[in-house]
Design a binder for this molecule. Structure first.
Ligand SMILES: [Zn+2]
Length: 321
């Protein structure tokens, strides 16, 4: 085949009459290769869409395994994993974006970096408060098998987060804190960190407090925090990943975009980890192919723009206009 094309091309160079024929042959060849490139890029795109979530799970599992095997510092692995997840999902947001116009600008990345620090401070404050309570109520010593502890910890943390998150939407005063997270009109991995420090503090404190009463070991808390970091950032990622029927059991970007919907009627999905509490409390709305028309809040002027970090911090304490 290649030889045939070559001989025709040679003929064309020598004969001006044959020129239009040659043009159409080379144009077909060009079209074929464009088509081929398109197909290859579609296959690559589909593979990336398919691989994004399971590969993240695989990496998280290896991180947990390595931490236990080599007795690594839980806190250090937690922080490294947090930065890794953000970088990993930011890369996939470039490769397989769900909505190109939701991609973060350089300026927004810088802003989100500051908010990430604030969110980490909120987490640290909640741990300090948990230890303060633990020193007074003398926590139970862990006695359950690790697997049982992990399941219990996931369910308790998920329940506490659900309640606090739902109240953050239903109680006007708490909404003044939580609304800062919703004010942005895009959903991406960076703006998972756009939070009011007390919103983070309150949610984590409420979610983790029961664990000291049932006696959950540090090992289980570590595994669950890796799981929650993975889920928290994954559900916000602007990636074109579909989980299919897994959506009924676990949080996903498909569900969480609905949570950020401007249309309050479909903005359920307060769980980002397991979907159990959304099912039980009637806030599960996702169906295959259901996507929000727009994300953000109906009246963004009621909140300072996320860029105004100090104004956002003061906002909940000011008198409503
Ligand atoms: Zn929310």
């Amino acid at each position: 085949m290649t030889d045939m094309f070559n001989s025709e091309q040679v003929m064309s160079a020598e004969s001006s009459v044959a020129a239009p024929v040659v043009y159409s042959v080379s144009s077909n060849v060009a079209n074929d290769s464009v088509e081929e490139i398109k197909q290859q890029s579609n296959t690559l795109q589909k593979t990336l869409e398919w691989i994004c979530y399971p590969l993240l799970w695989l990496i998280a599992s290896v991180a947990v395994w390595a931490t236990f095997t080599y007795k690594l510092e839980f806190g250090l692995v937690n922080v490294l994993f947090l930065f890794f997840v953000i970088a990993y999902l930011a890369l996939f947001e470039r490769l397989i974006p769900y909505e190109v116009k939701w991609q973060a600008t350089k300026k927004e990345w810088l802003r989100d970096g500051i908010y990430l620090f604030i969110t980490m401070m909120g987490g640290a404050l909640s741990i300090a408060a948990i230890f303060a309570v633990a020193s007074v109520v003398s926590p139970k010593t862990p006695s359950l098998p690790l697997g049982v502890e992990i399941v219990l910890a996931i369910l308790f943390i998920s329940f506490g987060s659900y309640i606090f998150h739902r109240l953050g939407h239903d109680w006007p005063w708490l909404w003044r804190f939580h609304g800062i997270h919703h004010a942005e009109s895009k959903v991406n991995v960076g703006n998972n960190s756009v939070n009011h420090i007390f919103d983070v503090w309150g949610r984590r404190f409420i979610a983790q407090l029961p664990l000291i009463f049932i006696g959950i070991s540090e090992q289980s808390l570590f595994v669950v925090s890796i799981f929650n970091t993975l889920q928290g950032y994954f559900v916000h990622a602007n990636v074109n990943v579909r989980l299919g029927r897994l959506n009924y059991f676990i949080g996903s970007p498909e569900q969480h975009r609905l949570h950020h919907s401007v249309d309050i009627k479909e903005a359920g999905h307060f769980c980002v980890d397991v979907t159990l509490w959304d099912w039980l409390f009637g806030s599960y709305f996702w169906r295959k192919g259901r996507t929000p028309d727009a994300v953000g809040i109906k009246n963004p002027a009621r909140f300072p723009p996320p860029e105004a970090i100090l104004k956002c911090f003061i906002h909940p304490f000011k008198k409503p206009k």
